[in-house]
Ligand binder design. Structure first.
Ligand SMILES: C[S@@+](CC[C@H](N)C(=O)[O-])C[C@H]1O[C@@H](n2cnc3c(N)ncnc32)[C@H](O)[C@@H]1O
Length: 353
């Protein structure tokens, strides 16, 4: 026999909003957020699958959570993205709704020390370097060398941003200042050194390059002590280092952010510092690894970051970069795979002209 929930799910797929409202009236105790035990489907997911836009809008307005996922790990937004023909209006509607919900939640969230502990726990545990990776105490990959091509493009787009300051016969011979938050394997630092040197040569400039690194893990700092480099190292969490940098009045031309065991909330907190540490002509980028296994969730995270940056006066573009890490060998040293897609959306931000 078909249950009330199954009946509702069927209706949401294709029936009119009016019929849904009648159903709701006839079943006052029915909860529209309920999901089928077997598949995880609910009315909202069903409406997305059936391209039933009016009903989908109604369910979202009634409080059906946008991020409820079924047993395949997909939410209504994932199903909307799979519709043929593509329903851009529906995808945009769900995205905007999701972004509003998340911003509201962020605004309501009490500063909790749960995340502090997670980052502190990571920073107090041992890490291990292999030839290809930096691995934490839980056998998770902190940084792995498959990310090198991504770090290269990050460095290259940041270096391109220097044209704003040093292009068109500028007589500016002050050092180019670069800040990288999170050293890991130092891959991006080497890429930045090379890409900036090459950009300066292209522009016919001889400005010095001053590279600053913020890093908090004692063993990563040890590694930095044991290699030859000319970086300025701020050996504390960025939460403590950035206020010190601001105090000294130092500003950077390029800033890259890629930490570990931190939450979105921490990242947004970091963004708030940008107007005080990024030169007016400077560029900012970050490792965009949020929700790597769900493209819709990832899109929502990108949109939130873009809005947060826009509020600070920064315009953000996402460049599509191909990346293929399907070879199982890539992951043999670590407990779990942390990248799944073949496309990486590389963020690059700079202040509005
Ligand atoms: C993913 S790795 C960075 C990899 C780097 N982009 C590269 O190219 O090799 C993250 C680094 O951030 C550091 N880290 C984590 N939390 C931090 C914090 N709150 N402040 C400063 N560094 C932090 C970690 O110890 C780790 O070295």
């Amino acid at each position: 026999m078909t249950s009330v929930l199954e009946k509702f799910i069927q209706l949401c797929r294709s029936t009119s909003l009016k019929d849904i409202q009648i159903f709701e009236h006839e079943h006052p105790d029915f909860d529209i957020v309920d999901q089928l035990e077997s598949t995880g489907e609910n009315g909202l997911i069903s409406a997305a699958k059936g391209n039933n836009f009016e009903v989908l809008k109604h369910l979202l307005k009634q409080g059906s959570p946008w991020n409820a996922i079924d047993r395949e790990g997909k939410c209504c937004g994932n199903y909307a993205m799979e519709l043929t023909p593509y329903n851009q209006e529906m995808v945009d509607y769900i995205t905007n709704h999701a972004v509003q919900c998340e911003l509201l939640l962020l605004a309501l969230k009490q500063p909790s020390n749960v995340h502090e502990q997670t980052n502190e726990k990571y920073l107090s545990e041992n890490v291990r370097y292999t030839e290809k990776s930096l691995i934490d105490g839980e056998k998770d990959g902190v940084m792995m060398d498959w990310e090198t091509p991504l770090m290269r493009v990050h460095a290259s787009v940041l270096a391109n941003g220097l044209e704003k300051r040093l292009g068109e016969n500028s007589g500016d011979d002050e050092a180019v200042r670069v800040l990288n938050v999170g050293y890991g394997m130092g891959i991006v630092d080497e890429c930045l050194k090379e890409e900036i040197a090459s950009k300066l040569t292209e522009l016919g400039k001889q400005n010095e390059i001053e590279q600053h690194i913020i890093e908090a893990h004692p063993e990563v700092l040890n590694r930095l002590k044991n290699i030859d480099h000319n970086f300025t190292v701020h050996g504390k969490r960025w939460q403590e280092s950035i206020p010190e940098i601001i105090e000294k009045g130092v500003k950077y031309d390029c800033i890259f952010f890629d930490t570990y065991a931190e939450y979105d909330h921490d990242f947004y907190e970091f963004l708030e510092f940008l107007p005080k540490i990024l030169n007016k002509s400077g560029s900012f980028s970050y490792f965009n690894g949020n929700c790597p296994d769900n493209i819709f969730f990832h899109g929502v995270a990108c949109q939130i970051a873009k809005l947060k940056l826009a509020k600070l006066g920064l315009e953000t573009d996402f460049l599509s970069v191909e990346i293929d890490v399907d070879d199982e060998k890539t992951w043999e040293e670590v407990k779990r795979r942390y990248w799944h897609r073949k496309e990486y959306f590389l963020p690059i931000s700079s202040f509005h002209e």
